[in-house]
Design a protein around this ligand. Structure first.
Ligand code: NHW
Length: 398
């Protein structure tokens, strides 16, 4: 609360110049919903990259290139997002990065690095991928922006605004004028603010590494018992998604996501890319009715480990992140309990979920606990009249 009210009167020298909802406009009924600026003719889009400080140069990253992928992986593994206490840092795998950056219709030009001219060391990164995102009843071509990272030694030198302007320019060159992104920091102006919840799967390790604490009046053995899960899933017809399921899953998910105010507009190609299982990247399960063979329910989670910083016994936290879940026949609570069971079988330490979509309906009952960080969702060049409730969001970014 204190932080948020402070940020409202903080100056945002960069963000004040951008077509995003501004703090001063919150609640102004005169401002219409939709694009803030109209597109300019493509010939008026700046043709040359923005200037970087003299020691640095732009590089377009071909992530098929093993060496390039290694460099990006290393930059992020050492410099990307940490928790407030600097105990953990996201450790996106290379396979994950390839998946995240190459959805249908992706543009290599939107995978942007910055190198030191002399040493060629990679010191900054930002990416966009194309996505059709529906806001109320408009489907808008957008870029999803992610993996903004500046090397720790180059922080607070205003490199981030140059990275953001450059990705914006390259998105504009494809005649796309809107974007979606999430961040842990408050910027002008969130369309929604969500909270992470965590479900312990390996409570002893989580406590040992300082991810969670022993509850009041709890012993380790009571805690282990509290989080114990069945050995195998309980829903009849629960199985891994396969390629031939793509049409049925697409129908199920499109229909389900139509109830949310902001959600991706997935077609079969998107579902094949984003939801077909990939080892150590994304897991998807569905319920096929044993009688009718109809696909009635679906759940998925992606794999995002975190490095544990400075612990003698453990170096990695294996985390599963809830992705898209759909229930029509199996109660969502039971479906997600089965998701927890498979995550436990696969040796994840923790299962994380945002309070988006209908997730609130199972979080408490399935023994998720609230996290300390918030996640804010943003749209670039698209105004929504009122901040949305997290349950009105049908979008999960990586
Ligand atoms: S959020 C994860 C962001 N990355 C990290 O937290 C990694 C660790 N931190 C860093 O690497 C997921 C640096 O601290 C970064 C900032 C690079 C974050 N989003 O260079 P300066 C995403 O990737 C503003 C947006 O001095 P720095 C989403 C800040 O408010 N803006 O700072 C990315 C200030 O502007 P202001 C952010 O610490 C979405 C300015 O940057 C931000 O050395 C990007 C300071 O720059 C953040 N997470 O580097 C936007 N963090 O106006 C996409 C700070 O307040 C927009 N800032 O003075 C859409 C573009 C496409 C449009 C297409 C039409």
């Amino acid at each position: 609360k204190v932080q948020e009210s402070l940020s409202l009167d903080q100056r945002h020298k960069f963000w004040e110049t951008q077509p995003v909802g501004q703090f001063k406009d919150i609640g102004n009924p005169a401002l219409p919903e939709g694009p803030i600026e109209s597109p300019t003719p493509l010939s008026e889009v700046k043709q040359e990259p923005y200037n970087l400080p003299n020691l640095y140069e732009w590089v377009t990253c071909d992530i098929h290139d093993e060496k390039m992928c290694d460099e990006i992986y290393t930059l992020l593994a050492n410099n990307y997002v940490e928790d407030d206490e600097n105990m953990f840092r996201f450790n996106y795998s290379k396979e994950f990065l390839r998946w995240a950056l190459q959805p249908p219709g992706y543009f290599t030009a939107w995978h942007i690095g910055v190198r030191v001219k002399t040493s060629k060391k990679m010191v900054a990164f930002i990416t966009g991928v194309p996505a059709r995102i529906r806001v109320r009843d408009e489907v808008v071509n957008m870029a999803e922006i992610n993996f903004l990272c500046v090397h720790k030694k180059l922080r607070t030198k205003r490199l981030a605004p140059v990275m953001i302007k450059e990705v914006t320019r390259r998105v504009h060159l494809e005649n796309i004028w809107q974007a979606a992104y999430t961040a842990g920091v408050v910027l002008p102006t969130p369309v929604a603010t969500c909270q992470y919840w965590h479900r312990s799967l390996n409570p002893k390790k989580l406590i040992d590494v300082g991810f969670s604490r022993l509850g009041a009046r709890m012993t380790m053995s009571r805690t282990i018992k509290l989080y114990k899960l069945p050995e195998s899933t309980v829903t009849p017809g629960f199985r891994k998604m396969e390629i031939h399921d793509v049409p049925a899953v697409t129908r199920l998910i499109r229909n389900y996501l139509s109830q949310f105010i902001v959600a991706p507009d997935f077609d079969e190609n998107d579902v094949e890319h984003w939801l077909l299982p990939r080892d150590n990247v994304v897991n998807s399960y569905l319920v096929e009715s044993p009688e009718t063979h109809e696909v009635t329910d679906f759940c998925s989670f992606y794999t995002l480990p975190s490095s544990i910083l400075g612990n003698a016994n453990y170096s990695t936290l294996k985390a599963a992140y809830s992705f898209y879940n759909v229930s029509t026949t199996t109660p969502l609570l039971q479906l997600m309990n089965d998701a927890l069971i498979v995550a436990k079988q696969k040796d994840y330490d923790v299962f994380n979920a945002l309070d988006v979509m209908q997730n609130e309906s199972f979080l408490k009952e399935l023994k998720f606990g609230p996290g300390d960080g918030k996640l804010h969702y943003y749209l670039y060049n698209y105004r929504v009249k009122q901040a949305l409730k997290s349950s009105e969001l049908g979008l999960v970014l990586l």
